[in-house]
Design a protein around this ligand. Sequence first.
Ligand code: GLT
Ligand code: MN
Ligand code: MN
Length: 412
Amino acid sequence: MKPVPPNQQQALVERLMTACGGAYRPETRRKYFITGPQWAAAYQGQALFHAPTRCPIGFEDVIREYAKIGIGYWCTHDSDVIPADQMGKDGQREIVARIQKSLADHGLKCSMVTTETFFHEVFAAGPAAEAADVRDYAAFRVRNTVDIGHELGAQFAVYWPGSLGYYTQGAIEETQTLRWYADALNAACERDIEVAKKKGRPTLKHCLEAKPFEPQAEILLPTSDAMLGFIASGLLTHPEMVGLNPEYLHELMWGGAPRAALARALLAGKLWHFDINDGYRLKHDVDIGVGLVNPLDWLNVLVLLRSHGFNGPFNLDFKPPRTTSNHGVFAVSFPTAVDRFITLWEMAGEVMEDAILREATEALKAGSGVPAGADAHAIAEANKELLTLHELIAHRLVQILLGLHRGRSYAV
Ligand code: GLT
Ligand code: MN
Ligand code: MN
């Protein structure tokens, strides 16, 4: 192949994207409760060992491009859009007005707001640090985010306490730190009740998001299960206002089964918001686009969610890789992530309707009907042949994933 000069590279990407096919129209994409974070689209590719590879972009660009793709909802950290020295001041009000205009101009809604309590130097010891002035500042920030959320019409607030922990043991007393962290959440909920009443709006759903490692070496609330325990600990004044925002990869990172973590959240009635992405077990937070690593697991996750009536928000919390250009972020990363999600979601619907899967599942539940009493060997013998269906079910799911159920096969 001839070299591709820089001025022809975008056209090549566009042509191959079209050749890929399988894209949904923006109107179709808008039917799903899919949300696009400001920070994901504006991520420049930087990391501890990585310099940025993309230019900065602001919320106006992100909202406009999300609208073109058909991503109907936008979400943000307070500090993604408001400089630290403007928080709670006139500068914030001007920015919020510009966001409102941008959203209205492009027909997007703000679904969620989240407070950044990990990046700024003030949070070096976390949002629940020993110094009372740091904790007061954290409470101000979460209350201020509640205000912004109501101004922008959001329904959800997310909290990622990744800096709640330590690098070396001893300096932090865990129970005290968790109590102080609860104080901040209580402040947010109380402010929410006040503002919601004043504005005649429902209160926000406050969702905790766990990650097992990064940026602290040891994390005080590392998993969604730890957070369920925290919500029920008695430290929160409004536990009914606090639920979960599990992230697919964060549950995988610690070696858990995301589907099982989601099932536990569903049983607790706390699955309120879901960060969708992909990655690997026991690695750092690579935040790869949904379905690029574990499509079969994703299909199964969506079967679980669909069959329990969870319809979103599905938050595209992935990071376009640093090899993707600014153009590629909106030409490839976001539309393809949305389309893989929609396809997997619709496939999950097919799984739920599939006659073979249904019959196999019902047969397993029906059992043999042979009365075997308390004779363990006889019980096992009576069900033995039915249990082969477990593997048949797994095969059928892969068939559906690969399109083999529609007759796709190879002649060699
Ligand atoms: C940060 C984290 C994400 C969270 C964000 C919400 S912050 O980017 O890695 O998983 O969803 O605050
Ligand atoms: Mn996340
Ligand atoms: Mn992540």
